[in-house]
Design a protein around this ligand. Structure first.
Ligand code: UT7
Length: 333
């Protein structure tokens, strides 16, 4: 019997219209375009400005974009996973709302949270359901409204993050395409370096926590950078060595978009030239769970059936990992 593999069969995206440029940030905090560009590679990011709209708004738009492009029927989706660090509401599942709104009324749904690795781990989860034969159609959405947890007076974080969402559909494949291998790690010792202090079960919201601005994301950038550089490169390299691949076998590297210097270090370790590295950090900054699916949506027209893609991500927790996936379709323009 042929082994069932889990392939990505459609992608979609959404980013808000509002563009927050480095120039505008110069008017908000003590920073400048030159510093941001040379230290991170970011030129601008998108911000969801409209009041009352949360992460689900972008997730729904990305999913609808996928459904429209691919002509897939939402009633045939078995499961909707929303990878996010910024759910609409604490407790109530964002994915449940998204599934209902897009008409995936035969699906069950839940959120998956592993900071910037949420989407990568979601790829593992979605694929496992497909490979086991349990489900035939899993919609995985990566969406984050980072602007809702960023302190726009903190120059160490506000220059990095942006809002956005991407969606992919996983379905069974009998040609051996789709997810081939993965290697995921985590280290709880990292949680001190990238976190929101208050609003969780350790330090619930109080007047004090609001006064102390403990509800925004805070990071020790240099420490996170150091761990991200070495770990993302390590796991990406592992995908090659473990699968007997040489750099010529790899068509694309799809790295989490946190800092261009981390992306370059990962590409260098696996020996890939810049034309094989997916990059959109200059346009969107770090959209957390949105980075990987936004890359796929932006590069979809260049991807060919059978292309070998290495995904890698690193995020709060710490969490990190890599996936080796064979692309399953050619895009008809
Ligand atoms: O996606 C989840 C994982 N997150 C990451 O991977 C982020 C990893 N970290 C980073 O990307 C980088 O550490 C940052 C972009 C956050 C910071 O870059 P850096 O090269 O690590 O800068 P730094 O924090 O070491 O600061 C260098 C200098 C400092 O000044 P002094 O002490 O040398 O005088 C900072 O105060 O740059 C200063 N600085 C800034 N200057 C202008 C920090 N932020 C800014 C800023 N504009 N926005």
């Amino acid at each position: 019997m042929t082994k069932i593999t889990a392939a990505i069969t459609a992608v979609g995206k959404y980013v808000p219209d509002y563009i927050l440029t480095n120039k505008e940030l110069e008017t908000m905090v003590d920073t400048n375009d030159e510093w941001i560009t040379s230290r991170t590679g970011i030129k601008e990011r998108r911000i969801l400005k409209e009041e009352g709209k949360g992460t689900s708004y972008m997730a729904i738009k990305a999913a609808e974009n996928l459904l429209k492009k691919s002509n897939k029927n939402p009633l045939e989706i078995d499961l909707v996973i929303v990878a996010t660090a910024t759910p609409d509401l604490p407790v109530a599942s964002t994915a449940a709302y998204v599934a209902t709104e897009i008409g995936a009324t035969n699906a069950f749904s839940y959120d998956l949270q592993a900071a910037c690795s949420s989407f990568l781990y979601g790829m593992s989860t979605a694929s496992s359901y497909i490979e086991s034969g349990r489900y035939k159609s899993v919609l995985l959405i990566g969406a984050d409204k980072m602007s809702s947890i960023v302190d726009y007076t903190d120059r160490a974080t506000c220059i990095i993050f942006g809002d956005g969402a991407g969606a992919v559909l996983f379905e069974p494949n009998n040609e051996g395409l789709g997810l081939q291998d993965e290697y995921h790690r985590s280290d709880g010792g990292g949680r001190e370096f990238l976190k929101i202090d208050a609003g969780g079960s350790i330090l619930p919201t109080s007047e004090e926590t609001l006064k102390n601005k403990q509800h925004s994301v805070h990071q020790e950038g240099r420490t996170v950078f150091k761990f991200a550089v070495s770990n993302m490169a390590d796991v990406a390299e592992k995908m090659l060595t473990r699968n007997n691949l040489v750099k010529e076998d790899i068509q694309w590297l799809a790295p989490h978009q946190a800092n261009n210097r981390i992306i370059e270090a990962t590409a260098n370790r696996v020996g890939l030239e810049s034309d094989k590295v997916m990059v959109n950090i200059h346009k969107y900054g770090n959209t957390t769970s949105g980075t990987l699916p936004l890359l796929l949506a932006d590069y979809e027209n260049q991807l060919k059936k059978g292309d070998n893609i290495i995904f890698a991500a690193f995020g709060g927790g710490f969490t990190w990992g890599a996936i080796y996936l064979k692309w399953a379709y050619n895009t008809l323009n």
